[in-house]
Design a protein around this ligand. Structure first.
Ligand code: ES4
Ligand code: ZN
Length: 319
């Protein structure tokens, strides 16, 4: 039995497996610049975040209809459930779809076809978090927030993702203020490729409740001390860090040092179809390669529920 856990850092578009990409391409009459899954498979060797994002955005071309988004999310939920995920807080990138002419309503309603019945079908409770692309303008993010107002019953929070360096959190100050006024929870990617200062800025300027990645906090001892004292959850993604070369090898991952420093760490999968594993695979990898004790693994699983946006009663039922 895999350890029950919550997944807090998962981009639904990053769960698009090559087989499903080709199936949807055929269904929608979309031509991919790869002949078959074998040829596509060779494109999964990444240099850095941007080289991954290029493929991630390219393959999204196959996602066109509500049913495509429903099929994508159902495939993810089935895999997650098999690896012990009881609760998933799922990111999606509305601008990556609206800029291709796919309406926000198609994305949200399509995802909801799967998420709305996920507890019954997969035994996985869910939340939806809408991410703004930080390499697009703040104006575009604000328009996206306004366009999402009819769907806010289905959206728990906002996040910030895509190319980090050169796009500091402060760029989105007004957008996050408006999101807070709408009652939305707030998270942001910070300290993946960007400097530790972006982590402090995400907390102080955007008011985030969790930091996605946060890995580079380890370069700033005063920041580590603050994050530990304030019990700020960090949603780490070990296999992602290896594939995007944020760490040299998994054996070099700072997770054990982060736990020893008292940081509230969680282990997540980020873009599992691209980085070689789902939530359980990430747990297995750190257990084996970083030699984490059973106590540490239980701590990581417990943190995932404590750091989730579940209400207390739901959280107790999920774990
Ligand atoms: C992402 Cl790994 C990562 N970092 C930033 N933005 C993203 N969007 C999808 N995956
Ligand atoms: Zn991410």
């Amino acid at each position: 039995m895999p350890l029950p856990k919550a997944e807090l850092h998962l981009h639904i578009e990053g769960t698009l497996e090559p087989e499903l990409a080709f199936e949807l391409a055929a269904r929608n009459g979309v031509t991919l610049p790869y002949g078959d899954t074998g040829e596509l498979g060779k494109a999964y060797e990444f240099e850095d975040l941007q080289s991954f994002l290029n493929l991630y955005y390219e393959l999204m071309a196959v996602l066109r209809t509500e049913q495509d988004f429903a099929d994508l999310a159902n495939a993810y939920l089935a895999r997650a459930a098999a690896q012990g995920v009881r609760h998933a807080e799922i990111f999606f990138d509305p601008q990556a779809h609206t800029k291709r002419g796919v309406e926000l309503g198609t994305v949200v309603e399509g995802l909801w076809r799967a998420l709305g019945s996920s507890e019954a079908n997969h035994g996985v409770s869910t939340r939806l978090i809408m991410c703004f692309l930080r390499d697009d303008s703040a104006e575009s993010a604000m328009e996206t927030l306004r366009a999402a107002e009819p769907y806010l019953a289905r959206i728990t929070g906002v996040g910030l993702d895509s190319a980090e360096v050169g796009h500091p959190p402060v760029k989105f100050r007004e957008v996050y203020e408006a999101a807070a006024e709408l009652g939305l929870r707030r998270v942001a990617h910070a300290g993946e490729e960007g400097p530790p200062a972006y982590i402090a800025e995400a907390l102080d300027v955007l008011g985030v409740e969790r930091v996605d990645h946060g890995l580079r906090c380890m370069e700033d001892p005063a920041l580590v001390e603050r994050l530990a004292r304030e019990r700020v959850p960090l949603t780490l993604c070990p296999l992602s860090n290896v594939r995007l070369r944020t760490v040299d090898t998994l054996a070099d991952h700072p997770l054990p040092a982060m736990l020893d420093a008292g940081l509230m760490c969680t282990v997540n999968s980020d873009d599992p179809a691209y980085f070689g594993g789902y939530a359980g695979d990430n747990f297995d990898a750190v257990r084996e390669t970083l030699a984490l004790s059973e106590g540490r693994l239980r701590e990581l699983a417990r943190n995932s529920f404590l750091a989730s946006f579940l209400e207390d009663d739901e959280e107790l039922r999920a774990r």
